[in-house]
Design a protein around this ligand. Structure first.
Ligand code: 1CP
Length: 368
């Protein structure tokens, strides 16, 4: 009998992806206006340093080494799901992984974050930026397939990428920044070069997301973590067209697309206009107020202040219930649904048991 060779789009991963529209995934149901079987919750940076089992793996392996090893990515991605019973796994990776895969010399330095060997600051630097060959992130596609083979049917896998502005900020500054002065100097001072750079980064982001989507992720989140540094007018002028292209180029997959940034209260309308299905909200703006800003028809995600997890059980319970109430009011005001999350990532010194207890509480509260 002839051997049946499955094309990538006929593999089990695809079957799983095509199931992602049904409400067996609470996260997908909340994102798309369905009725979730329970209140969906996951945490940004749930895979990482708050978990001793993560630190044990990382003791012997560098961050980038781990990010390009499918078995390690799979294990680290699943650790918080096993521990906390969250409704989504987020792919363990980093926003600079596709830049590294394209050939840009960078490292992720413990205690600092991404560090770029040769920062990109001139038109000549931008002109020689490499493109991303999908094969360069083949290990990440492989990791997605491994994870999907292990995840329970009701647990969504979220893929992600950095948005062009946030990626540009690392490339231009050379690492983390407080003021983003060099980034904004290029943006304001040489808009032509800025647009070439942003277009190039949008291409890399689309390629990276497509590899994850082709492998079967159930949702994606575009992190524009540092976009909150910009005014709404500047965001609309210098950033929005590029982020809008990213969302448009992956729209055909039909999976929920989440958009998030820190300190983006003033940008929520503009970040919604670029086309996500779900808008992430940090802890500064209550979820029902966020809906007033973005209008009906989008789901909201958030927004417990990550520092509340250090304040003791009574305060955690009170604040979790407040976020749930705000989320219910957001839905009453026209939001498609509410996905519980923190307002930004889990802080490394968080006691993971507080997260497990928060998930139990969130799942125990009846949906309206
Ligand atoms: O030593 C270590 O363990 C490295 C710490 C670490 C980890 C665990 C970094 C360095 N990245 C990650 C993983 C990571 N990065 C994930 C994993 C999945 C999960 O959420 O559980 C994700 C989604 C990211 C994405 C990421 N990296 C963002 C966007 C999200 C956000 O936090 O706003 C950003 C801005 C980065 C850059 C980055 N990578 C690492 C650090 C410490 C930073 C931030 C540095 C800075 O402040 O600029």
């Amino acid at each position: 009998m002839a051997q049946l060779t499955l094309m990538p789009h006929e593999s089990g991963a695809h079957n799983r992806r095509s199931r992602s529209h049904d409400s067996s995934f609470p996260l997908v149901a909340a994102a798309t206006g369905g009725r979730p079987t329970r209140r969906p919750v996951w945490f940004m940076r749930q895979a990482g340093r708050s978990l001793p089992e993560y630190r044990a793996i990382r003791a012997d392996h560098g961050m980038l080494e781990a990010c390009f090893d499918p078995a390690m990515v799979c294990e680290i991605t699943l650790q918080p799901v096993r521990r906390h019973d969250v409704d989504a796994a987020i792919l363990f990776s980093d926003i600079v992984v596709p830049l590294r895969a394209a050939g840009i010399d960078l490292d992720i330095v413990a205690g600092t974050g991404p560090v770029i060997a040769h920062p990109v600051r001139t038109a000549a630097d931008v002109a020689v930026l490499p493109r991303l060959d999908p094969a360069g992130v083949g290990a990440i596609g492989k990791a997605v397939e491994l994870i999907l083979g292990e995840l329970a049917d009701h647990t969504a896998l979220i893929g992600f990428a950095g948005a062009p502005f946030t990626l540009a900020s690392y490339l231009i500054e050379g690492g983390p920044s407080r003021t983003y002065a060099r980034t904004k100097a290029l943006m304001y001072g040489d808009p032509r070069t800025w647009n070439v750079l942003m277009g190039h980064l949008a291409d890399i982001t689309v390629t990276f997301l497509r590899v994850q989507l082709d492998a079967g992720v159930d949702a994606v989140q575009l992190f524009d973590s540092w976009a909150g540094q910009l005014s709404p007018a500047d965001y609309r002028h210098y950033v929005a067209p590029h982020s809008a292209r990213v969302f448009a180029e992956i729209a055909g997959y039909g999976v929920p697309r989440i958009h998030f940034g820190v300190g983006t209260g003033e940008l929520l309308p503009a970040m919604t206009e670029v086309g996500p299905d779900v808008i992430g909200v940090d802890w500064r703006v209550p979820l029902d107020e966020a809906v007033r800003r973005v209008g009906p028809g989008k789901a909201v995600q958030g927004n417990l202040d990550p520092t509340v997890l250090f304040a003791g059980a009574d305060v955690i319970e009170r604040e979790v219930r407040r976020v749930i109430d705000d989320g219910d009011r957001a839905v009453a005001a026209g939001a498609t649904g509410h996905i519980f999350n923190l307002g930004h990532g889990v802080l490394p010194t968080t006691d993971p048991d507080t997260l497990t207890r928060a998930v139990d509480l969130i799942h125990s509260v009846d949906l309206p």
